[in-house]
Design a protein. Structure first.
Lengths: 275, 177
């Protein structure tokens, strides 16, 4: 399909189904963008490759979902916005990812003060476990394309989760230093997990129409799996978060603008540029 | 059946066989020792008149070879005289390593990549936070079963890194998915 080259911020009709699909797509995409910051900086070569492999899977998943979101958004209009238009020409408020994925996860990148490898492996565990439950729920989506993306992504999420669990146990139940860092990372990430399981009108509509599961439906299985790993890692489960972050509503943390600036600047400077 | 119809059917059959034969020669860009057919990513070949429509299923969501493979399939068939050639992508059912042919598995092993061990059916589930790999992976060089996983992720999305404890050689493992 030939797409017109987009040169300005998209004006989108963000209906509940479009929002629902964008949440999955954007969470995968921004998590991938953060993981890609490790490229060339991994603590060992194998891990550098692993983190960027996972980023690649997530980008692939996001591509399928963004294409679908564009088609859902275009109903009644001849030309849908494609995956690139949606990735590069949406502003911050139209990005609907979990706030967790925006947070810094690596030290010494220019716009990511704080965070270290412990944050990375911990976040990978929390997110891969969440995605895994999400993809499972989406296998029976009323949208065949969404179900197809989920069926593929589920297999990938299992590998991501297994890999992250290995690291969380190794570092959590490791040296005093590694355990202290894993504890700190867990306390940093945990407040953002509330957003993974809080329903709003978009979730309710998706669950009612059969498009996909509401976020609240993912919690029990997620907590069972994450709890099992944390237990093995000798890391205590933190208390329930007291507030809910709002990335899925389009209201982001201070880190989001920097991520988008880095991700989008080339396409905005050279619209339609390819290599 | 009339003679004309029978001939048309026979022509289509032989053209379909010819298209498959062309595809058998299209290598995977990352692992050129196996063809796209060996990998099981060619899901359908439909000849219509002079043209052919091919359906491919990508291996991994983010596999960067997907576009290259579609282009090579297109070029190979066009080069063999099919016109028009259309290549489309089908996501469901998702690709599995169970679709790699026996010939493909033999070729992978001979090339130094251990083929997927057993089938990909997943006994779900939950993370297993123990660093033991449940499946035996034999070294593709010396055949020893004394091997260990170095990393679940290798030089391409589809492979893991292993090391043989007998011959000490590192090798790649095409992981079941």
């Amino acid at each position: 399909m030939n797409m017109a080259v987009v040169t300005e911020t998209l004006q989108l009709r963000l209906t509940p189904p479009v929002r629902y699909v964008l949440r999955w797509a954007d969470t995968a995409l921004i998590h991938a963008q953060r993981l890609a910051e490790w490229c060339g900086h991994g603590p060992v070569l194998e891990e550098d490759i692993a983190l960027t492999n996972m980023a690649l899977d997530l980008v692939g998943q996001a591509r399928g979902l963004l294409t679908l979101a564009g088609q859902l958004e275009a109903q009644g209009r001849a030309t849908p916005f494609d995956e690139d238009a949606l990735a590069f020409w949406r502003d911050e408020r139209d990005y609907l990812n979990l706030t967790l994925v925006e947070q810094p996860m690596r030290r010494s990148s220019a716009h990511s003060p704080g965070g270290d490898f412990a944050d990375t492996v911990l976040r990978n565990l929390l997110l891969a476990s969440w995605f895994k439950q999400g993809w499972k729920g989406l296998l029976t989506s009323s949208d065949a394309e969404l179900a197809a993306v989920a069926a593929k992504a589920l297999k990938e999420a299992r590998y991501h989760q297994q890999h992250a669990a290995d690291w969380v146990v190794r570092l959590g139940d490791g040296s005093d230093e590694s355990q202290q860092r894993m504890r700190a990372a867990l306390l940093r990430a945990w407040p953002y997990t509330a957003e993974m399981f809080v329903d709003d009108a978009v979730d309710t509509a998706a669950a009612a129409s059969g498009l996909g599961p509401a976020r609240s439906a993912l919690r029990a299985a997620w907590l069972a799996e994450v709890g099992q790993v944390l237990d093995e890692a000798t890391l205590a489960l933190p208390a329930d978060p007291q507030s809910v972050s709002t990335g899925t509503q389009g209201v982001h943390s201070e880190h989001m603008g920097f991520i988008l600036a880095e991700m989008q600047s080339l396409q905005r400077r050279f619209p339609g540029g390819v290599w | 059946m009339s003679a004309v119809l029978a001939k048309a059917n026979a022509d289509a059959e032989s053209a379909t066989a010819r298209a498959w034969a062309v595809l058998e020669q299209v290598p995977d860009p990352e692992v050129p020792v196996v063809s796209v057919c060996d990998l099981g990513i060619v899901r359908d070949v439909a000849v219509q008149g002079q043209g052919v429509a091919v359906v491919l299923t990508p291996t991994y969501s983010g596999c960067p070879a997907t576009e290259v493979i579609a282009q090579s399939v297109h070029d190979a068939l066009a080069g063999a005289g099919f016109d028009p050639v259309t290549v489309s992508t089908r996501r469901a059912p998702a690709w599995t390593t169970d679709w790699i042919s026996d010939a493909g598995r033999r070729k992978l092993r001979a090339y130094g990549i251990a083929p997927p061990s057993g089938n990909a059916a997943v006994h779900d589930d939950g993370p297993r936070p123990i660093r033991i790999h449940a499946r035996g992976v034999d070294c593709p060089r010396c055949g020893s079963s004394q091997t260990e996983k170095l990393s679940a992720f290798g030089s391409t999305a589809c492979k893991a890194l292993y090391r043989c404890l007998a011959c000490r050689e590192p090798f790649e493992y095409f992981k079941p998915i």
